[in-house]
Design a protein around this ligand. Structure first.
Ligand code: PPS
Length: 434
């Protein structure tokens, strides 16, 4: 059942010690068994759950498939019937028919969000003062196609794609050594902007989407959109759709097998609502979250073919990455802690990247108006920086029963994800979603 163990797979290059290897083997096996269950239960028919390749933002048709996603495989993600308390085993198979409709026709992610400032000028709480803003802008995250024009601007000398505003535009353009690969709506922009405050990091401000949408343009194109770096500086970019793109791990591995990968994860229920909120902001006519989330509301069947739901099955997507990269090369950042303790998460990020801990609590303050941490003004500027209005949107109120169903649905996948990563993100403990 399990695909052969390529580099980085348990038992393969870069695998950890025996207990970790055992655990990862169990996880891989569990996921494969889950695929099988779904296949056997009709998961390969026309209404079957779609493979990650079918997600919006994934690679162009015809791109080679990675070994982690056998053609025709069905993914986990069925009715909200996962057995509670299944911590040491694979997620329970669905008790009803797996149900899903092709994603693209539903709540399409193809629209482009308004151009939004990254750490923008933000209304401040009484008593706070603000006078300028960051130079880094994003054309919408994930949903947008970053245009060539934007990218060339981002990558051009003096363009907006460079790193910290104080870093001169000297040096050479290099391929990135570290990538923020996901997850969509996890807090990826906040993380990128915070790490860009580090003098040894330079990052492209827009999302290049190289390993999913622009791969055919080649590595030289990719290099050309990067900012210039000096010797010793790290080049970075973020494209959250990589995490759910089947071909991305293989492609990144073939660029540089020592690429460091960062994934910002967030409670998948809140993430799904955030994702929906983003789509709703562009397409107010779309059906309600409840309508999209269920294949059959009465039976409580979750529609895992809807990308907003499917992206949150983190264990499924991670499995694909572990075919190519050892766990030690992937950092999982808590999207929740990035808000409650940005300096704490940034310490882990800097350690992981081998950087001196320069971005600390001194760099952040909590902006009461925004309701989020923002970067304090750099020494040479009078501009505190908060993310733009597309970050930290008010979510629509969702029926608590729907939330409950979704929590039940995700629980076994979350537990598996905790086992695979060795980290408990405590999403089950959260009483309410934003
Ligand atoms: N400091 C700070 N300021 C504003 N927003 C913050 C911050 N830290 C994390 N977040 C959360 O980031 C969520 C958006 O995630 P992403 O940047 O990954 O979105 S995207 O995929 O690039 O569209 C966004 O989700 P929503 O609240 O649903 O809008 C925020 O909750």
């Amino acid at each position: 059942m399990s695909p052969p163990a390529p580099p980085g797979v348990p038992g393969g290059r870069g695998s950890k010690g025996p207990p970790a290897r055992k655990l990862l083997c169990m996880c891989s096996l569990s996921l494969c068994l889950t695929y099988l269950c779904y296949s056997l239960m009709g998961g390969t028919g026309p209404g079957a759950l779609r493979s990650p390749a079918a997600l919006p933002g994934t690679a162009a048709p015809g791109a080679p498939r990675s070994p982690a996603a056998p053609p025709g495989s069905a993914a986990p993600g069925a009715p909200g019937t996962a057995a509670p308390g299944a911590p040491r085993s694979a997620p329970s198979p669905p008790s009803g028919p797996a149900a899903a409709a092709p994603a693209p026709s539903r709540a399409s992610n193809s629209s482009r969000e308004e151009a939004a400032g990254a750490w923008l000028r933000t209304p401040l709480a009484p008593g706070e003062v603000i006078t300028a803003q960051s130079g880094a802008f994003e054309r919408d995250p994930q949903e947008s196609s970053t245009t060539d024009e934007e990218l060339s601007r981002a990558g051009s000398p003096g363009g907006r794609g460079g790193g910290g505003s104080t870093t001169p535009d000297y040096g050479e353009k290099r391929l990135p050594q570290a990538l923020i690969i996901g997850v969509k709506k996890g807090g990826t922009r906040a993380l990128l902007e915070a790490i860009r405050a580090h003098p040894d990091v330079r990052a492209v401000g827009t999302e290049p989407h190289f390993f999913d949408r622009n791969y055919e343009k080649g590595l030289e194109w990719y290099r050309s959109v990067m900012p210039k770096t000096l010797e010793g500086q790290i080049t970075m970019e973020k494209t959250p759709s990589y995490f759910v793109t089947n071909e991305a791990p293989k492609r990144i591995h073939s660029m540089a097998k020592d690429t460091k990968l960062i994934v910002v994860v967030r409670n998948p229920v809140t993430r799904a609502i955030s994702d929906y909120t983003q789509t709703l902001s562009k397409k107010p006519e779309i059906p309600t979250f409840e309508v999209l989330a269920f294949k059959n509301r009465t039976l409580g069947l979750i529609d895992a073919s809807w990308s907003a739901i499917r992206i949150g099955i983190y264990a499924l997507h991670l499995e694909n990455w572990l075919q190519y990269f050892p766990l030690s090369q992937i950092l999982f950042v808590s999207g929740e802690r990035l808000i409650t303790d940005p300096a704490g998460e940034m310490a882990k990020v800097q350690d992981f990247l081998g950087l001196k801990r320069i971005v600390t609590e001194k760099h952040f303050y909590f902006n009461k108006t925004k309701g989020f941490p923002c970067l304090k003004k750099p020494e040479d500027s009078s501009a505190p920086r908060c993310l733009g209005k597309s970050k930290g949107r008010t979510h629509p109120k969702i029926d608590p029963d729907v939330i409950h169903r979704l929590r039940k649905f995700y629980k076994p996948f979350n537990v598996m994800f905790y086992q695979m990563t060795g980290q408990d993100f405590e999403w089950e403990q959260e009483e309410s979603d934003k």
